[in-house]
Design a protein. Structure first.
Length: 402
């Protein structure tokens, strides 16, 4: 029997955001931290439910490895078994394709967690440092995060918490590079560079950037990409794990096959371009100038690469037209979660022989894929890659042939 005001429900499924789904008198109710088959007691507010008690666990439930699970808004699926998580993420891809009317066999999920995530952004407030609490804007103070690489797992919360005495309420973005921790801080305070430099020195940070300005650098932060060593711009985009970057790049290279010229769209700082240039001429296109500058700098220090040309351009507003694309045999595109609708429309009109898509959002990928299929392309393969452990996100690589 439920306590007064609470409801006992059975969870029927898990939704795209990782929340359990209960159906109560014909209404769909989303309940975080629950799984299919769970019998739970919830506090309901409209179509949202708060888990109060697990009355009877479903077959997919396991003990979460992190003591903060359920309070922290950072992980959604620590309570789901490994086999169930793989099936769930495979389903995220197949359902998105089904809704778009696309029929293709989706390969098994490749797990690419490696040693953990190499980037983390922590919030700092009132001496606490951590992620936002679940369904809240309050900061959850943590001592460690098990999904991070060892270099960040305990160091990031410790350094971020100490940062409060210097920078007050702020955000601290950490990247574990091959030469040490790279720290980028955003704060409303104006601070003396010497104070920040002393802080960075005390905590053995390789580089500290404050509100976009480089303040301190004991060692140049670098990341290995293929044969190149790249100096990442502060708080720049990076694949979540090193293992995933390698897996995605391998799938991209296999999908392209032997080509002599490739355009790399949404190239960032070159995780694909620098590997592609080992055998092909590359045009790397992105609107992030610091990232493309880092790519060019890295390229200059590697012998034996084919030429890489960089074009700084907003592909959402000004996509490459077919006449520009047709200078190349193939294209790779790796857009943000919103996808690449405008660029997909132009590629669909082109005569590119091969297009390889990398996506972190199955829904927007399915939309872009439908555009390419309507333009005469055949979807040859789709391979999910899971680098986001315990989350409801999944990456994928897809190969299209004209």
């Amino acid at each position: 029997m439920s306590a007064v005001g609470y409801e006992a429900v059975r969870i029927d499924d898990v939704g795209r955001e990782g929340d359990g789904i209960a159906r109560i008198l014909g209404e769909t109710v989303f309940v975080p931290f629950t799984l299919k088959g769970d019998e739970v007691e919830i506090d309901r507010d409209g179509n949202r439910g708060t888990l109060i008690t697990v009355l009877k666990p479903g077959p997919d439930r396991v003990v979460p490895p992190c003591p903060y699970f359920g309070q922290c808004g950072g992980c959604a699926l620590q309570h789901m078994s490994g086999d169930s998580t793989r099936a769930y993420k495979h389903k995220l891809v197949t359902e998105a394709l089904d809704i778009a009317g696309i029929s293709v066999e989706v390969a098994p999920v490749i797990e690419a967690f490696g040693a953990g995530r190499r980037r983390a952004t922590l919030h700092v407030a009132k001496g606490a440092a951590g992620y936002m609490q679940a369904r809240s804007h309050d900061v959850l103070d943590i001592d460690a995060c098990p999904i991070l690489v060892p270099a960040l797992r305990t160091a990031a919360p410790r350094i971020a918490r100490a940062l409060y005495a210097v920078a007050g309420e702020c955000t601290a973005s950490f990247t574990a590079t091959d030469t040490g921790l790279d720290l980028a801080v955003k704060s409303g305070r104006k601070l003396k560079p010497t104070l920040l430099a002393d802080f960075a020195r005390l905590h053995q940070v390789a580089r500290l950037t404050f509100n976009g300005e480089a303040i301190y650098m004991a060692r140049t932060p670098v990341m290995k990409m293929g044969r190149a060593m790249v100096e990442p711009p502060p708080a720049s985009f990076l694949q979540a794990t090193a293992v995933a970057e390698d897996a995605l790049a391998r799938l991209v290279l296999e999908g392209l096959g032997p080509v002599k010229s490739v355009v790399d769209l949404f190239s960032g700082m070159g995780p694909f371009a620098l590997r592609l240039a080992e055998g092909a001429r590359v045009l790397a296109v992105d609107n992030d100038r610091p990232a493309t500058d880092a790519l060019l700098k890295a390229m200059r220090h590697v012998q034996g690469l084919k030429p890489i040309t960089v074009l700084v351009r907003d592909l959402f507003r000004d996509p490459l037209a077919p006449v520009e694309l047709e200078k190349f045999e193939a294209a790779v595109f790796d857009p943000p979660r919103a996808g690449a609708e405008a660029q997909a429309l132009e590629m669909a009109r082109s005569s590119l022989k091969t297009i390889v898509a990398v996506s972190c959002e199955p829904k927007s990928f399915a939309r872009d894929a439908a555009i390419l299929l309507a333009g005469g392309y055949r979807l040859e393969s789709v391979t999910p890659v899971d680098q986001f452990q315990f989350s409801a996100h999944v990456e994928l690589v897809a190969v299209f042939r004209k």
